[in-house]
Design a protein around this ligand. Sequence first.
Ligand code: GS8
Length: 183
Amino acid sequence: MAEVKLLGFWYSPFTHRVEWALKIKGVKYEYIEEDRNNKSSLLLQLNPVHKKTPVLIHNGKPIAESMVIVEYIDETFEGPPILPKEPYDRALARFWAKFLDDKTAAMVNTFLRKGEEQEKSKEEVWEMLKILDNELKDKKFFVNDKFVFADVAKNFMGLWLGVFHEGSGVVVVTNEKFPKFCA
Ligand code: GS8
């Protein structure tokens, strides 16, 4: 039996965060695909609070919430660090990860809702992107110009943005508007 297992949805950016962290560390794991419409008794038993994926199982013990799992992986396994070493840099990384996490709903609502709710979400996303564009300036990544914690949190933008743009016909992120973020 594999020591590390991951319950996830193939399309979920939250699951991808965990997969990226495991890959950064070079951890071998068994991936178990869940069915959103028919959740397994294992998932319900391991994440009774939220009943959501991802759930990491390490030596039989479950951990839920993607960024909590990413920190756990960082603390548990050898390999390149995901959170920076210095406490101040760690705080910055956590700050930006939280900022991005808190904006997930607005991002999704921009594409899936209509009317007033959609317009409000769009404004919120633009405001967020302005802040990110300004923060990134000429850096590639948030902290010390290295791909780590906050960049793992940001993954839903890079992964699904194009698909959401195409599928919904709503384009919120353009190179002209947010050149640094897009770069
Ligand atoms: C969010 C997980 C989540 O929404 C995290 O892990 O960071 N804050 C959590 N997971 C979704 C899959 S992605 O759309 C999920 O499991 N949804 C199932 C449901 O809502 O029933």
